[in-house]
Write a protein of this length. Sequence first.
Length: 162
Amino acid sequence: MHELAQLNVAAMKASLDSPVMADFVASLDRINALAERSPGFVWRLQSDDGDATAFRPLGDHVLVNLSVWADVPSLSHYVYRTAHVEVMRRRRDWFDRMGAAYMVLWWVPAGHRPTVEEALGRLDRLRTHGPGPGAFTFAQAYGPPDSDAAATPFRIDDTCPA
C-alpha cells in the first residue's frame, strides 16, 4: 500500500513580514485547514506554528510545502477544485517565477512521512531526469508501485486555473 507525497517550493518576492506577503500569510491558516479537511489528505509538514514557513532548506526566501495524500485524484481535487485555487491565482503577486520544476510527486509506503531532504532529492531527480515513476507531475503522473499503472504515465486533465 502506498500514499502520494508532494513537494512544492516557491521563491518569495519579499520577506513574510512584508506588506507584499501579507495576504499570503493571512490565507495560510484557512488554506491549511482546508487541506486537512479535504478527502484523501493524510499529513503535512508543519512547525509548532502550524505551517511550514519556518522550513528554509533552500535559503531565506524559498518556502517549501510538503504533504502526503491518499492518491493523485485527491491531491488534484484539492489543488484545482477548492478555494486553494484563489491562492494559486495570486501566486505571481507573492512569488517569483521559477526557472526549473518547482513541484514533484512520488509514492511513499503507507505511513511513511518524507523528510524535507528526501523531498528535495525527488525534486532534483525530476529536474535532472524528467518525469518517471520515482518523481513526476500532474502532467505525467504514475500509479503506485503496487498497481497496474505503476509504469504507464497518465495525465490529470486539470488545467491550472491560475
